[in-house]
Design a protein around this ligand. Structure first.
Ligand code: NAG
Ligand code: NAG
Ligand code: NAG
Ligand code: CA
Ligand code: CA
Length: 322
């Protein structure tokens, strides 16, 4: 009896430590680096994007597009840049003429003169009357450029804004844990095409949900039903929920490569699949039955996140590899 109590107490302590020390551990995501000088996490995106797409990408990752608050942060990022990215010549920063040409503001509405504003000589010059976005060069100077130019960029997350979802072990409170299935899910109520949905889940360190049991299909059906009572955003083109399966070389399979017929759940809806080669992306009706859809249609989708089980958590966090 006493022994059991002790074990429970020990477990309780471990769980409490885990819950409350995430910030102390200075952990956001594996792909972000923590900088003590600014108490923030940063990630250099080396795949260039247009100005707006760069901002959106950072938000998908649960961060925001970086701009230097001041000289101190500009120096810190240049040091990280120097240490980790020897070839990148420039980055987009989160400053632009978002609203009115020539009025440069941060994405969160601060005038550039209130933050770092080290323009290169002769800039901003609004060349060809078409420069509303801002890049920072390796030397720390700023230049206005065309927002359609593709450039690398940096995303930022401050330590103070970090919110940890302890059940799902992920810095995203939108995911809900289902104890029976041992998984976490997020219903996206902003409709997107299948590929964009796939990329969105990936940016959230998750994947487009793969149904592998009737119980999971039931859970996703219930999630969908309750989500539909809330506000639907954007332009829904088909009443359906995209899932992580598709037709590859004529065979329906999950995005992890298992044939759909072997995946544990493959109940098609009435007459489905009916699209031939026109409909090669997987979705479910609101009742959980599967359908094939055109990949470009904008639909709801659900992301799924695997939770490391308790023994893995112990190994990762405490190095207790007994
Ligand atoms: C970049 O790294 C080089 C070599 O390590 C160093 O000499 C230089 O001072 C660094 N520049 C900055 C801005 O940190
Ligand atoms: C696929 O689309 C083409 C062109 O719109 C159409 O002619 C064809 O019937 C469609 N196939 C199926 C199986 O719906
Ligand atoms: C839990 O983790 C252990 C050790 O890594 C592994 O062997 C086991 O399969 C995992 N269980 C589940 C349900 O994932
Ligand atoms: Ca310019
Ligand atoms: Ca269909």
């Amino acid at each position: 009896m006493a022994r059991n109590k002790l074990i429970f107490y020990y477990l309780f302590l471990l769980v409490m430590t885990f819950c409350y020390s995430q910030r102390d551990k200075k952990n956001f995501r594996k792909d972000y680096k923590y900088v003590e000088a600014t108490e923030s996490f940063y990630k250099f995106h080396t795949m260039s994007k247009k100005g707006q797409d760069a901002k959106d990408m950072c938000e998908l990752e649960g961060a925001t597009i970086f701009y230097p608050e001041d000289q101190n942060e500009a120096d810190a990022i240049r040091q990280l840049w120097n240490e980790t990215q020897v070839v990148l010549p420039r980055i987009y920063i989160g400053v632009a003429s978002w609203i009115v040409k020539g009025v440069f503001e941060t994405f969160d509405g601060r005038p550039i003169n209130d933050v770092y504003s080290n323009w290169a000589p002769g800039e901003p010059n609004n060349a060809n009357d078409n420069e509303d976005c801002v890049i920072m060069r390796r030397d720390g100077t700023l230049n206005d450029v065309n927002c359609n130019d593709k450039n690398p960029f940096v995303c930022k997350k401050t330590l103070s804004s970090l919110e940890w979802n302890t059940n799902c072990d992920i810095p995203n409170l939108d995911y809900t844990y289902d104890a029976t299935l041992g998984k976490c899910y997020k219903f996206h109520s902003e409709p997107k095409g299948w590929r964009e949905a796939y990329a969105t889940c990936n940016a959230e360190q998750s994947y487009l949900a793969i149904v592998d049991s009737q119980a999971e299909a039931d859970h996703l059906t219930r999630m969908t039903a309750s989500a539909l009572r809330d506000n639907v955003q954007g332009n829904l083109e088909q009443p359906a929920v995209f899932l992580g399966f598709h037709k590859r070389r004529g065979v329906w399979s999950t995005t992890k490569g298992t044939k759909l017929v072997n995946s544990g759940y493959s109940k098609w809806g009435n007459q489905q699949p009916d699209g031939g080669d026109n409909e090669t992306c997987g979705a479910m009706f609101y009742n959980g039955l599967l359908q094939d859809l055109k990949c470009d249609l904008k639909c709801f989708f659900i992301c799924e996140h695997d939770v490391a089980n308790l023994s893995n958590v112990f190994d990762d966090r405490y190095g207790a590899s007994q």
